[in-house]
Structure formats: structure tokens, C-alpha cells
Design a protein. Structure first.
Length: 213
């Protein structure tokens, strides 16, 4: 008969080693949990910063971009549909769309000034009423076709009603820039046409943040 006592002894020693390892693991976990609760021994609350990191959910993240706050407001509040977007011409003399066309829902609605400024032009250009507002810093907004009672040099403030969207008249008939009643809004900065939507919408590129640890 084969003697199996050495094998039995080895098994007992193995079990004892595993048991001691488990005890050390439990003790380490108790120490970590106790220190996470702070010096007072109280359990850590959500959002509390401990020596081992932040406990629980926390909505603050310094890596997140700041909330977007538009510099201007929409001239047709709250947010009109854009019928045609800005199309920068390849050269100044070539065709393009030097502004955006905003929907009025088919109605002659009032429009407001997108920012503080001073009326730099109010009158008729060919067949349509035009209103231009100088916002300072080389920035000028122009709106057409509109009807307004404002005069050149008159100050306006952001959100103030400054005109009513109209329909351009041509030889006793009516014609629309976009096939219906709409508002064409153009913006120039130092004489160059730019996209008006850059003043009222968040055009920053999307940022993919790393996973939080």
C-alpha cells in the first residue's frame, strides 16, 4: 500500500496559506474603507473628496467645455428655421449667399435687433426695404425686406422690435427672395461678410472627453 501522508501534509499547509491570505485581504479592505470615510470615521458622502479620490457621482468635470452663451440673440425669436445657409463666394465678385434666410412661418412678423447698436441705414434699395444696424467693433447687421420707422443714427438695444418683415414689391407685384415671406440677415465684420449664425449658435467643434477613472 502506498503511503499518502506527505501528500496530505502538503494539502493542509496549502489550505493554511490560503486562509492567511484571505485574512490579510479582508484586513486591507477594512483599512481602506475606514480611511475613505475620513478622519472622523463617518461614511463618505457622494461627491466628497477623500485620499483615494472622489466618492459617489459628481457632475462637475473641469475637462468639460464651458456652456455656450450666444453673443447675440435671434432677430426672429425664439429660434426660427433656417431656409438657406451662408455660402461664402470663392471671390468677392462671384455668386454666393452673403447671409442666411430665416423663416417667418409665412407671416409678416416683427423682428428684433440681435444686439445693441445704432441704425446706420434705413430705407429702400431698388425694390425692398433695408435696415442696417452698426453694433460697433466693425460689425454691421443688415435685414431685408423689412418695413421700419427708425431713422439713421437712432440707438437700439438687443431684443428691441425694430422692423416688420415685408415682401419686396416689383412693378406692382410682389417678389420674395426665398419663394415666400422670409428674412434675409447679413452680417459684415470690417466690411467682409461672415456667417450670422456664428453669433447665435454654438459652432465649436465637438470634443470627445476621456472616460472618467
Amino acid at each position: 500500500m502506498t503511503d499518502r501522508r506527505p501528500t496530505l501534509g502538503f494539502t493542509i499547509r496549502t489550505h493554511r496559506y490560503i486562509a492567511r491570505s484571505c485574512v490579510r485581504t479582508v484586513v486591507a479592505l477594512v483599512v481602506v474603507m475606514g480611511s475613505a470615510g475620513g478622519a472622523t470615521g463617518e461614511p463618505a458622502t457622494a461627491g466628497q473628496v477623500t485620499p483615494h479620490g472622489r466618492v459617489g457621482p459628481d457632475t462637475s468635470d473641469p475637462r468639460s467645455p464651458p456652456d455656450f452663451v450666444p453673443e447675440w440673440s435671434w432677430p426672429l425669436p425664439p429660434t426660427p428655421a433656417v431656409l438657406r445657409f451662408f455660402e461664402r463666394p470663392p471671390q468677392k465678385w462671384k455668386p454666393g449667399h452673403r447671409g442666411v434666410d430665416l423663416s417667418t412661418g409665412g407671416h409678416a412678423v416683427p423682428m428684433t435687433s440681435p444686439a445693441d447698436g445704432t441704425v446706420s441705414f434705413a430705407g429702400t434699395v431698388v425694390d425692398r426695404g433695408v435696415l442696417s444696424i452698426d453694433h460697433g467693433g466693425g460689425r454691421v447687421s443688415s435685414f431685408e425686406p423689412v418695413s421700419t420707422e427708425l431713422v439713421k443714427g437712432q440707438p437700439v438695444i438687443r431684443g428691441e422690435t425694430v422692423a416688420t418683415v415685408a415682401v419686396a414689391a416689383v412693378r406692382g407685384t410682389s417678389r420674395s427672395h426665398c419663394g415666400g415671406i422670409c428674412l434675409h440677415w447679413g452680417v459684415r465684420v470690417d466690411g467682409e461678410y461672415v456667417d450670422p449664425l456664428s453669433f447665435v449658435t454654438d459652432r465649436r467643434p465637438s470634443v470627445l472627453l476621456p472616460l472618467r477613472p
